[in-house]
Design a protein around this ligand. Structure first.
Ligand SMILES: C[S@@+](CC[C@H](N)C(=O)[O-])C[C@H]1O[C@@H](n2cnc3c(N)ncnc32)[C@H](O)[C@@H]1O
Length: 269
C-alpha cells in the first residue's frame, strides 16, 4: 500500500493523541492495577481514594482509568493537543480531574497537593535531558507529595555496549482505526548521555492511510548512572524495583540483566 509521509517533527505522535492512545491502550489496565497495588503495599496509610499526580499525563489514559476507580487524578503536560484530549475524555467520563500545562523540569506544585502517589511511566522521565533538570523534577515531585508518598517511574535502561538500533513494534486497532507504530532507539552516546529515537506511525482510518514520523532524544541511564543519580536526591528512598510486566511478585535490581525497570521511590518524612 502506498503511504505518503505527511509529517516529521519532534512531537508528531503527541499532536495526534488518539493514535498515541491506541498504541498504548493494552498497558493501561495492568499499569492501573499495579499502581494501586504499589500504593496498598508501600504507600501512606489512607482511607478512601488516593490523590494521584501524573507528570506528563499525555492523552490521560491513566487519569481516566484511575479516575473511574474513584481516585482523585491531577496531571500536567507540555503538549496542548494531549491536554485537550485528556480534558475531554475526563469530562466525557464525568471525572473531575485537573489537567494543566506544565513542564517536567519546572512545573509549579499543583494546587491539589499533597498527593499520595505520583507516576511517570513508559520512559517519559527520559525526556528530561539534563542531570540538573532531572534532579529539579524529583525535587518538585517530592514537594508535591505527602511525607511517605510514592513516586513510580518506569524507564528503559541504557546498555552502552549496544551496537545496533533497538526496534519495537506495536499494531493496535480501535473502532475502525488501525495504527502500526515502529520505534527505534539509536546507539546511545555515553558522553552526551543521549539516545536518538524515532517512531514511525502508519495510520489507516477508513479508506485513508498515511504515516507520521517523530524524532527526539532521550537521556540515557545505565544501571550505574541511575543508581548514582538516585543517590543524589536524598528526598527520595528507593524501596522497590519491578519491570514492565507490572507484577508485584516480579522484582528486580538496578542491573544489566534487562532493559525495563520500574522504580518505586518513597518521599522521606
Ligand atoms: C510517552 S507519553 C506518556 C504519557 C502518559 N504519561 C502515559 O503514560 O500514557 C510522553 C508525554 O510526555 C510529554 N512531554 C515530553 N516532554 C515533556 C516535558 N519536558 N514536560 C512536560 N511534558 C513532556 C509529551 O507531550 C507526552 O504527552
Amino acid at each position: 500500500m502506498s503511504k505518503a509521509l505527511t509529517e516529521v517533527s519532534s512531537t508528531a505522535w503527541y499532536d495526534s493523541p488518539l493514535y498515541y492512545d491506541i498504541v498504548y491502550q493494552d498497558y493501561t489496565r495492568p499499569e492501573t492495577k499495579f499502581l494501586e497495588a504499589i500504593a496498598r503495599k508501600h504507600g501512606p496509610v489512607r482511607i478512601g481514594p488516593l490523590r494521584i499526580l501524573e507528570p506528563a499525563c499525555g492523552s490521560g489514559r491513566l487519569m481516566e482509568s484511575l479516575g473511574r476507580r474513584g481516585h482523585v487524578v491531577h496531571g500536567f503536560d507540555m503538549n496542548p493537543h494531549m491536554l485537550r484530549y485528556a480534558k475531554a475524555r475526563l469530562a466525557k467520563a464525568k471525572i473531575k480531574g485537573v489537567t494543566k500545562h506544565g513542564r517536567l523540569e519546572s512545573f509549579r506544585c499543583p494546587t491539589g497537593a499533597p498527593y499520595d502517589l505520583a507516576h511517570c511511566l513508559v520512559s517519559t522521565f527520559k525526556y528530561i535531558l539534563t542531570e540538573r533538570g532531572a534532579r529539579r523534577h524529583l525535587q518538585l515531585v517530592a514537594q508535591s507529595l505527602r511525607p511517605g508518598g510514592l513516586y513510580v517511574i518506569g524507564l528503559h535502561l541504557t546498555d552502552y555496549t549496544q551496537s545496533e538500533p533497538d526496534h519495537e513494534q506495536w499494531i493496535r486497532q480501535r473502532q475502525g482505526v488501525r495504527v502500526q507504530s515502529d520505534t527505534w532507539s539509536g546507539i546511545p552516546n555515553r558522553l552526551k548521555r543521549t539516545e536518538a529515537c524515532r517512531t514511525r506511525m502508519y495510520v489507516r482510518e477508513g479508506r485513508k492511510q498515511w504515516k507520521e514520523e517523530t524524532h527526539w532524544d532521550f537521556r540515557t541511564y545505565s544501571p550505574t548512572e541511575l543508581r548514582k543519580f538516585l543517590k543524589s536526591v536524598p528526598k527520595f528512598k528507593l524501596i522497590a524495583c519491578h519491570d514492565f510486566h507490572y507484577e508485584m511478585q516480579r522484582k528486580r535490581n538496578i542491573d544489566n540483566r534487562y532493559g525495563d525497570i520500574v522504580l518505586v521511590l518513597r518521599r522521606n518524612a
